[in-house]
Structures are given as structure tokens and as C-alpha cells.
Design a protein around this ligand. Structure first.
Ligand code: KG4
Ligand code: ZN
Length: 334
């Protein structure tokens, strides 16, 4: 089966073609640089740019896969959570393709796509646990099998990616901040600055990054002159604090649970220091740790197609697509 996936939940316009036998056939991404001048994503602008980008992105995807639209068996599209205007543009585009070519349309939850990106380069094993960390989410999810999810932790304020982005903006490093912070952190001293790791104190596994953001701002403002070396140390200390909090919860979440693998997912999973730290924590406990290649961690259409493959398994009729939604938990989706 050949599935076209379309992703427009935030500021990346992307399409991918997934074949249940050959896996990735094409993956094309148009990142919206139009937001850079604003230091963050402008929702209204994102919808307009998706509208402009989708036809050429689709054309390039089909060309890369050397396919025609008529070769596609089903179209999968992210229908939430995300920016409502952006989701609606992707949904309308996908729906028009399926109406014109009389193919099934599958709606996919964005978090499920991020998790299933792990299935693109290897076969996932279950039961498993995932840490989904992106610009909008920080969640620990127990996966009994594809389609059966239990939410163990979420964030009470900012997401991990937001913590990277907001502090990077303050440092004048542009948007998105995560990749730049990771690069600078490689040559910095992670122990140069002590930044706090929030502990919620009620046994909860939930995350909170707002205190870290404030502490980082106060520490930054307290500096007089800032050298390149200090900037690198600052990034390394920030990255250490974010990873420290992420994994402090993971350590407690895996305790007493019989899982065969741990998967990192979402844009922040592109951070190789996080992968290394998670492997150092979990592999001695007998839990192998995996993350998709960085290009499949951040938003992309191929992960949407890959997630849809489970919903189309055994030639089942795909569930009817609901409308776009801006917020919503994967565990209670559908
Ligand atoms: O999954 P994604 O593309 O979009 C959302 O669903 O939010 O994630 C984007 C987030 C941004 O916050 C970006 O700064 C972060 O992922 N990110 C990283 C890295 N690459 C992307 N954070 C840390 N290290 C990276 N290498
Ligand atoms: Zn995402």
C-alpha cells in the first residue's frame, strides 16, 4: 500500500510517501523562513504560507517517488493538535485530493505521527514507552501497541522545545533555538552555571519549564560582558538542565514497568545529547533507546503516512475523519 502523508500543523509544510513494503519513498519539506523576522511562529502567516507551499511540495514529493497521484492508495493528514488555521489548510488540501481521486482519507494525531516516526528506519517493538518532546509538547506515553496509548506525564506550562526557543530568543540566537543551542553547547561547559530542575513535589511525573526560563533570564541579565565562551557555557548549562528534568521523570516512569524499548520523538529528539543521556540512563537497565534520524524528528509528512499505515492495516475501512482540533490528548483521541 502506498500512502501520501501531509503535515501542516505548525510552520513546516511537508509531504511524504510511505510504502508499507519499501517504507520511505519520498519526503519533502518546506520550512517557513517567513517567521524568522518575528522570533516565533505567526499563526495567520503560517496558514497563508501553507496554502502557497502545498502544491509545489506535493509536486516535488511525487517527482521524488517517481509516482503519479493515481498511484497513491490513501492520503493521510494531520488533523490536530496544532494551529487551527494551518491544520484546516492541510485538511482541505488532503480532502480535495481524495475527493478528486476517490481515495480514502485518514486523519492522524500529531503526537502519534511523531512516535511512529520511529518505525520509519527500524521496526518498533511493544510494549514501549515514548518521550515526546517538541515545540508544543513534553509528554511521557506508554504504548501497549500502536493505537493503545496511556499518558503518564505532560507539561504544566511550557514544552521542552519552547524552553530552548524562548531562552535562545533572549540570547539573540534566532528561531528555532534548539538546534543552535545544541551546536553551541557542544563546546561549552555544562557545569558552568547551575540552573534549577523543577520538582513538583506531589509524586507527579509532569514537567514544568517556566521556572527554568526565569532562572536563565535572571542569570543572563546578571552578566556584564558576554564572551563567545560564556555563551557556549550558558547553552551547555541550559541544555543540561532541560535534559536533566526530562530524564528525571523518565527514570521514575520506567520503574517497575515491563517495556521492550524506549523511543524519543518530536523536534527535541533531534538533540543527540538527549539521545546519549537517555541511552546512558536506560540501557544499563536493559531498555534499548531509539530516536529517529534528526530529519524525521522535526515535523514532516512521511511520519504522518507511516502512522496512518496502522489505521489502514488489514484493508480495514479507515475511521471517519473528524474535524481539525487545536488541543487534544492522544490517549483519548478517537
Ligand atoms: O516537532 P517539531 O518540529 O514541531 C512541533 O510539533 O512543535 O519541534 C520543533 C521544536 C522546536 O522547539 C525546536 O527548537 C526543537 O524542536 N528542536 C530542537 C532541536 N531541533 C529542533 N531542540 C533541541 N535540540 C535540537 N537539535
Ligand atoms: Zn511536531
Amino acid at each position: 500500500m502506498i500512502i501520501l502523508g501531509i503535515e501542516t500543523s505548525c510552520d513546516d509544510t511537508s509531504a511524504g510517501i510511505y510504502c508499507t513494503r519499501r517504507k520511505v519513498m519520498a519526503s519533502v519539506l518546506a520550512t517557513q523562513i517567513e517567521h524568522r523576522a518575528f522570533g516565533g511562529v505567526v499563526p495567520e502567516l503560517a496558514s497563508r504560507v501553507h496554502l502557497k507551499n502545498l502544491p509545489p511540495v506535493l509536486r516535488a514529493t511525487l517527482e521524488d517517488a517517481e509516482l503519479e497521484l493515481s498511484d497513491i492508495d490513501a492520503v493521510a493528514v494531520t488533523h490536530g493538535p496544532g494551529l487551527l488555521g494551518s491544520l484546516l489548510v492541510g485538511l482541505a488540501f488532503a480532502r480535495s485530493l481524495t475527493k478528486a481521486w476517490d481515495k480514502p482519507l485518514v486523519g492522524v494525531h500529531h503526537i502519534e505521527s511523531h512516535i511512529m516516526a520511529n518505525n520509519l528506519e527500524r521496526d518498533m517493538v511493544f510494549p514501549a514507552m515514548a518521550l515526546v518532546v517538541s515545540g508544543g509538547h513534553s509528554q511521557i506515553i506508554l504504548i501497549r501497541e500502536p493505537g493503545r496509548y496511556e499518558l503518564l506525564a505532560t507539561t504544566r506550562d511550557d514544552a521542552a522545545g519552547e524552553a530552548f526557543d524562548k531562552v535562545a530568543k533572549m540570547l539573540g540566537l534566532g528561531y528555532p533555538g534548539g538546534p543552535v543551542v545544541e551546536k553551541l553547547a557542544r563546546e561549552g561547559d555544562p557545569d558552568a552555571l547551575r540552573l534549577p530542575i523543577a520538582r513538583l513535589g506531589d509524586g507527579s511525573l509532569d514537567y514544568s519549564f517556566s521556572g527554568l526560563k526565569t532562572a536563565a533570564r535572571l542569570a543572563w541579565e546578571a552578566r556584564s560582558a558576554v564572551s563567545d565562551c560564556e555563551l557556549r557555557d550558558f547553552c551547555a548549562s541550559l541544555q543540561k538542565a532541560i535534559i536533566g528534568q526530562l530524564l528525571e521523570r523518565v527514570k521514575r516512569a520506567v520503574r517497575g514497568r515491563d517495556i521492550k524499548a524506549f523511543y524519543l520523538a518530536g523536534g527535541v529528539a533531534a538533540n543527540r545529547a538527549l539521545l546519549e543521556a537517555a541511552s546512558n540512563l536506560l540501557e544499563p537497565l536493559g531498555i534499548p533507546v531509539f530516536a529517529p534520524s534528526p530529519r524525521y524528528c522535526t515535523d514532516n509528512g512521511i511520519m504522518v503516512a507511516c502512522a496512518a499505515a496502522n489505521h489502514l492495516r488489514d484493508d480495514r475501512e479507515p475511521p471517519p475523519i473528524a474535524e481539525a482540533f487545536s488541543r487534544g490528548n492522544l490517549a483519548s483521541w478517537r
